[in-house]
Design a binder for this molecule. Structure first.
Ligand code: C2E
Ligand code: CA
Ligand code: CA
Length: 631
């Protein structure tokens, strides 16, 4: 007890309230708290106890004892304050004991995590773990708390609803006077929106504000990446520089806000046909760039350029006004026209200016050779259209033999195109274009019908009991009606399914095995055999092959032409024959030109063969005579 009565006497200006006096009179004692003043003028909290004492002579004394309670009062105030902070802060607070068992949390903790007090008290904080951090992360965190008494940093935690969120977390250990850890206090804030803002800022740094397309910076970064993967895959990367013709006129006549809307509409229309790993970027103004990879040949680039140009054959409706918009486009292709983004963009820009000079609404390649290819492509594409209408196609047949007994097992149907001025156009030249433009659907149907008609006739006349193998491209198979067309032909021409086989290429099937396996199974159910063409070039996996409903593997001509002298070709051919054997499939070697090749294949156990050595492809009439002669 710290009696300060003496000092208290210096502040005699305290008048006791009447209620206190009344209590003292009645009860004999009372206590009172008030702010007192010291001799030096400073204030302090006083607890005063007043006692009424009556001595033997009935004299009345009042004994007042005072206690300085300033420190107690201050502690109380602080406690009250921290409790308020604890409850009212927007930061989540979690208090654990030394064993990391949660002993208290605040309301903000519940707001952020969705977990109520009753759900967490007594639990370990690991209930919040997101699973995003490795154990090492937590180990480092605890080490820092041990060494330094605290840790702070960003951490991903999990809310009650399973959502994972980022928080800024501060953990401190609480020690007693002896320096032993009594518990831990974690204070954290949800930084989801902060992160989102950061992401948005990041997005804005790499995108054009108006169209939200990648900007020049992002385009260059992507191009860099694209060029390096293209180098590995030996594919072409095209940079297409596009500029809207007379865009300035639109801006001048209708104002910038309408001009902006047109830019957005143009961006959207082009973006719709982009594949996922291609990039459409806006450089600013009315200039756009497309960067595309995975082109196998210059023809494919030309085809794509035409698709883009065709997009603008339809008008744009903006603010209820109709606009006919055209583009000028310049194209550079890596690696021939450059292998850095800067050079490719510069060269595409140069070509674009040439296109503008050529009267706009057109495209130009930086490389003149490409312009020739694109010209040929346009010519072939147009000629194909009339070729279909004018019946310029004919089916040739190349016989296939059984190597064990020289018997004919059937023919492969090979289409020929006799163009009035171009002459005989090789399938290798026009099939890819026919596929790109879907004209292969009409051509393929014609070949299938002709094959059915011819094999039916040869069967009926007893000239041939084999079958005709018809090449079917992916575009045809993708077309949902292929199986229907096949069934129709079989019924209409009264052809038994065993008289037809279809050939699909290995590379096509392996591009998306799951999908093609189910399509091929449907064809197989019709009773038509399936052979895998150009085998050995398409990187089949054994597990896919096992599930493929195929009957025959056609060993690609490129290997046959190198046997028996080249070791690599020999080992591939041997491997294919052995693998086919173990899978229960037949093998057919295509492109046999010499007796040596034939003998090698017979020795290795290849079953069937086809090639110039046996016979060149012949038209229907010649095949008929050839069959007759062999009889
Ligand atoms: P493919 O299916 O690999 O056809 C075999 C090609 O090799 C044919 O060329 C054939 O004439 C040729 N050939 C056959 N034996 C020999 C030989 O001993 N030596 C040499 N050097 N070549 C030989 P073709 O007829 O020019 O056909 C080329 C490609 O065009 C075909 O390759 C096929 O992928 C495609 N094709 C042909 N007709 C059709 C068709 O009706 N539909 C589809 N979708 N594609 C077809
Ligand atoms: Ca073939
Ligand atoms: Ca082939």
């Amino acid at each position: 007890m710290n009696l300060i009565l003496g000092r208290y006497l210096h502040c005699a200006d305290v008048t006791l309230p009447t209620t206190v006096i009344a209590t003292v009179e009645k009860e004999g004692e009372a206590t009172i708290e008030f702010r007192g003043k010291r001799k030096d003028g400073t204030l302090f909290d006083v607890l005063m106890a007043i006692k009424k004492i009556i001595d033997h002579d009935d004299n009345v004394f009042y004994l007042a004892s005072c206690l300085d309670i300033s420190q107690i009062k201050e502690n109380e105030r602080q406690l009250r304050q921290s409790a308020t902070v604890f409850e009212n802060t927007t930061e989540g607070v979690m208090i654990t004991d030394a064993n990391a068992t949660i002993i208290d949390i605040n309301d903000a903790f519940s707001d952020i995590t969705g977990l109520q007090r009753s759900e967490v008290i007594g639990k370990n904080p690991s209930i919040l773990q997101s699973g995003r951090h490795h154990n090492d992360f937590y180990e480092l965190m605890w080490k820092s708390i041990e060494d330094k008494g605290s840790w702070q940093g960003e951490i991903w935690n999990r809310r009650k609803n399973g959502e994972i969120f980022p928080e800024w977390l501060n953990i401190s250990s609480v020690k007693n006077e002896l320096g032993n850890i009594e518990g831990f206090i974690s204070v954290f804030s949800d930084i989801t929106s902060l992160k989102e803002t950061a992401e948005k800022l990041d997005f804005l740094a790499y995108h054009d504000h108006l169209t939200e397309l990648p900007n020049r910076t992002l385009l260059k970064a992507r191009l860099e990446h694209t060029i390096s993967t293209a180098k590995r895959n030996k594919t072409l990367t095209a940079v297409m520089y596009m500029d809207i013709d007379n865009f300035k006129n639109i801006n001048d006549s209708y104002g910038h806000s309408l001009g902006d809307k047109i830019l957005v509409a143009v961006a959207k229309r082009i973006n719709n046909i982009m594949r996922e790993d291609d990039t459409l970027a806006r450089l600013g103004g009315d200039e756009f760039i497309i960067a595309m990879n995975h082109f196998k040949s210059p023809e494919h680039v030309v085809h794509f350029v035409q698709i883009i140009m065709n997009l603008f054959e339809e008008s744009f409706i903006v603010e209820e006004k109709e606009f006919w918009i055209t583009l000028s486009m310049g194209i550079s292709i890596a690696p021939d026209d450059g292998i850095t983004p800067e050079i490719l963009i510069k060269n595409a820009d140069t070509a674009m200016y040439e296109a503008k000079g050529d009267g706009k609404s057109t495209f130009k390649f930086y490389n003149k050779k490409m312009s020739a290819i694109s010209f040929e492509r346009v010519v072939v594409e147009n000629a194909l259209k009339s070729g279909i209408n004018n019946h310029e196609f004919e089916v040739y047949y190349q016989p296939q033999e059984d190597l064990s007994n020289n018997e004919i097992i059937g023919f492969e149907a090979l289409v020929r195109w006799h163009h009035p001025t171009l002459g005989v156009v090789s399938p290798n030249r026009f099939i890819p274009i026919a596929e790109d433009t879907k004209m292969i659907l009409a051509i393929g149907e014609f070949v299938l019908k002709q094959a059915c008609k011819d094999i039916k006739k040869w069967h009926d006349e007893g000239l041939c009991d084999g079958r005709i193998a018809v090449n079917v491209s992916g575009v045809q198979l993708e077309h949902s009606e292929f199986a229907e067309i096949l069934k129709y032909c079989l019924t209409h021409y009264e052809v038994d399914p065993s008289m037809i086989e279809i050939e699909v290429t290995e590379s096509m099937v392996m591009k998306n095995p799951e999908r093609w396996i189910s399509i091929l199974e449907e064809i197989k159910r019709i009773g038509v055999a399936i052979s895998i063409d150009d085998f050995g070039t398409g990187y089949s996996s054994l597990s896919c092959l096992r599930r493929l409903p195929a009957d025959t593997l056609k060993i690609d001509r490129s290997f046959i032409q190198d046997i028996p002298n080249e070791n690599d070709a020999c080992s591939i051919v041997n491997a294919i024959i052995n693998m086919a054997d173990s899978l229960g499939l037949d093998t057919l070697a295509e492109g046999i030109e010499t007796m040596e090749q034939r003998e090698y294949l017979v020795e290795k156990g290849c079953k069937y063969a086809q090639g110039f050595l046996f016979s060149r492809p012949m038209n229907g009439r010649d095949t008929y005579s050839w069959l007759k002669e062999r009889q």
